[in-house]
Write a protein that binds this ligand. Structure first.
Ligand code: FAD
Length: 289
């Protein structure tokens, strides 16, 4: 299918892009990698009057590793993150998750900002950002604001971003000692969105007790689901089968998956429990070193 007719604008600075968004508001859509927007437009589920292409704004494409916060420009391609030694060394969860996104071709075009704003509840980058306690920077002509991942994802394909705003930067705290992480997902075919996915990041103290961390599940609710109660139980403890079993009971209660063509709600709930246990065990083993 073909999209409805649209005007096409290609600003070359951030300021120019923000001015266009301010003028055009609801009538315009930003296009980054086009890997989600173009299919949606082709199916005429979106019919923007104008596309604002941000691909000619080099100031939005970078990985900056200075200081305690890793900063990633919104236009950075997923494949650049996948192959970045800095990301592999310091934010291993992201390197582990990205190969699950679609295919090489989609990752070469797809951007970090596009994936976060598209906000599919099984998408790997939203899950990763939430698990790592990251945030996004959002700019309009008037202001720049920072939104934590747990506040950014509102519901299915909906985020806290207004039509006159652009997601400009992703921020991730890093550089902690004795950290472990794990990402896993189950999908029907390689490259498909996950039926269910699990992610965990944890930090240990010198006695192998858990000091902090997050457990997040995808595909079981309208947004990536942070199981906050898991680390309420884990902090100060060593990981054991009995704690994992208690967390799996919590997961069973908390998840609210849907039945669709691909899997039943019960099957998704079962996968969520298994994956929660798997990523906790793997992250703990990695953190112990
Ligand atoms: C065959 C195929 C398989 C896929 N499989 C997966 C998968 O397994 N997992 C997965 O997560 N994704 C998957 N995707 C989608 C994915 O590749 C994209 O990464 C992502 O969803 C969109 O990123 P993009 O840069 O292409 O954004 P676009 O498609 O250009 O934009 C997506 C949305 O974000 C908005 N937007 C983009 N950038 C900004 C910005 N900086 N500020 C404000 N708004 C912005 C757009 O207006 C649009 O609403 C798949 C895609 C294809 C075609």
């Amino acid at each position: 299918m073909k999209p409805a007719a649209f005007d096409y604008l290609r600003p070359s600075t951030l300021e120019e892009a923000l001015k266009l968004l301010d003028e055009l508001g609801d009538e315009a859509k930003v296009i980054a990698g086009g890997q989600s927007l173009v299919p949606i437009m082709n199916m005429r589920l979106a019919t923007p009057k104008c596309l604002i292409d941000i691909n000619q704004i080099p100031e939005l494409r970078y990985i900056e590793a200075d200081g305690p916060i890793l900063r990633i420009g919104a236009l950075t391609r997923q494949s650049e993150l996948e192959h970045s030694p800095v990301i592999r060394e310091r934010v291993g969860l992201m390197s582990e998750a990205i190969p699950y996104i679609g295919h090489v071709q989609t990752r070469n075009r797809g951007t970090v900002g596009g994936s976060l704003v598209h906000a599919d509840p099984t998408a790997e980058l939203p899950m990763t950002l939430l698990t790592l306690g990251g945030s996004v920077q959002i700019s309009s002509l008037e202001e720049t604001r920072e939104v934590k991942a747990e506040e950014f994802f509102i519901t299915y394909l909906t985020t806290d971003i207004l039509p006159n705003e652009l997601l400009t930067q992703v921020q991730i705290p890093w550089s902690v000692e004795r950290q472990g992480y794990a990402f896993t997902e189950f999908s029907r075919r390689h490259g498909d969105f996950a039926l269910v996915a699990g992610a965990c990041h944890m930090v240990l103290d010198q006695q192998d007790r858990i000091a902090a961390g997050r457990l997040v599940l995808g595909g079981v609710d309208a947004v990536p689901l942070w199981i906050e109660e898991a680390f309420d139980l884990l902090v100060g403890e060593k990981l054991s089968d009995s704690i994992i079993a208690r967390i799996q009971d919590i997961v069973e209660e908390r998840v609210d998956p849907e039945t669709d063509l691909h899997a039943s709600a019960d099957y998704r709930r079962h996968l969520a429990k298994v994956m929660a246990g798997d990523v906790l065990r793997q992250a703990y083993t990695k953190a112990k070193g």
